[in-house]
Design a protein around this ligand. Structure first.
Ligand SMILES: C[S@@+](CC[C@H](N)C(=O)[O-])C[C@H]1O[C@@H](n2cnc3c(N)ncnc32)[C@H](O)[C@@H]1O
Length: 317
């Protein structure tokens, strides 16, 4: 068995060695290993996988911003920032920028106590830059700024090691990935971070998203959304329910209407529309949607309840 820190020889991709398609490699490699030679010096496969996949997503015209949860010294962020600037996208970084407490239950090995604290916001800014880069300081997901939920993403890198932020990152970003969007999860099968592995496995079970593994040091895994996935009435209804639960009622209404465009007479969409209009105090609009739901399905108890809520609201006004 080879030991931690052992290296092996590997070829560069032909596209680089024979065809010179990655002229940025030397510059990005220098950023990749700056002040982090031990972690990243032997992890060229991870760098190349990141480069190839981000470049392919950009070549495919995938829309949206870039984001990273877990930035540490900024080595992976500097690579992402290069492509974000090149393609005029914003890169949003999330970290405390002063380390986190790695609980013993989370890290199976020697890591305990505060980790990743040999960095600072200033150091990261000087490596990654500020052009096309937004810094969100604090504990993810609590550091998500207002309005951020309305963005869409082309490339997301989740590298926060622990169960809670990785789970929150998957749940927040995956529904906001554009068609063809890329989600790269570090440490999925490194063996050191059981929580990261569990968060991903639970997410795959719950969503059916497709996971591909990379042969790098710490077990990166990649999701890529289909570029050709057509939105369905069900997917819009799910979005509408999610927005309702997040108390984003205008977005919930817009998604329910999209579901109805694709499937007129979709009872559940009318029910959700009714509830979201009621929640905004627009009871007459709610009543219209509730009436329609009940016309289509006279015995539907949820439709009756929501309609009653509308009627009560109209009468109170
Ligand atoms: C492995 S390092 C990231 C390495 C970096 N992506 C790279 O490849 O160069 C993990 C980072 O996640 C951050 N982190 C962990 N949990 C977090 C949370 N809940 N909120 C913000 N940052 C968190 C830590 O502070 C640490 O900087």
């Amino acid at each position: 068995m080879s030991k931690l820190g052992d290296k092996y020889k590997a070829y560069f991709p032909d596209s680089h060695a024979n065809f010179g398609q990655h002229g940025e490699f030397d510059e990005l490699h220098a950023l990749w290993i700056q002040d982090n030679e031990w972690d990243n010096g032997g992890d060229v496969p991870r760098l190349i996988a990141l480069m190839l996949n981000v470049k392919k997503a950009m070549a495919d015209g995938v829309q949206g911003a870039f984001a990273e949860v877990g930035t540490y010294k900024g080595n992976s962020a500097a690579v992402l920032a290069h492509y974000a600037r090149k393609h005029d996208r914003m890169l949003y970084l999330f970290d405390t920028f002063e380390g986190v407490n790695i609980k013993p239950s989370e890290a199976l090995k020697e890591t305990e106590g505060i980790e990743f604290n040999d960095t600072s916001l200033d150091a990261v800014k000087s490596l990654v830059g500020t052009d096309h880069v937004g810094y969100n300081i604090g504990f993810f997901p609590y550091s998500i700024p207002p309005g951020f939920e309305n963005l869409r993403f082309a490339v997301v890198h989740l590298d926060a090691d622990l169960y809670e932020p990785q789970k929150a990152g998957l749940e927040f970003f995956y529904p906001r990935l554009s068609p063809g969007g890329l989600m790269i999860v570090h440490d999925y099968y490194s063996g050191s971070f059981e929580g990261c592995n569990r968060a991903v496995d639970e997410f795959v079970k719950a969503t059916g998203a497709n996971l591909i593994l990379m042969p790098d040091k710490s077990g990166t895994a990649i999701f890529r959304k289909s570029a050709y996935e057509k939105p369905t009435p069900e997917s819009y209804l799910k979005l509408s329910v999610d927005y309702y639960q997040a108390k984003q009622f205008e977005n919930s209404i817009a998604s329910a209407r999209k579901a109805l465009e694709l499937r007129p007479g979709y009872v559940q969409a009318y029910i959700n529309l009714c509830a979201a209009e009621n929640a905004l105090g627009r009871f007459a609009e709610g009543k219209k949607a509730g009436d329609e739901a009940l016309r289509l399905d006279p015995n539907n108890q949820l439709a009756k309840n929501n309609l009653q809520w509308s009627v009560d609201g109209v009468n109170k006004k």
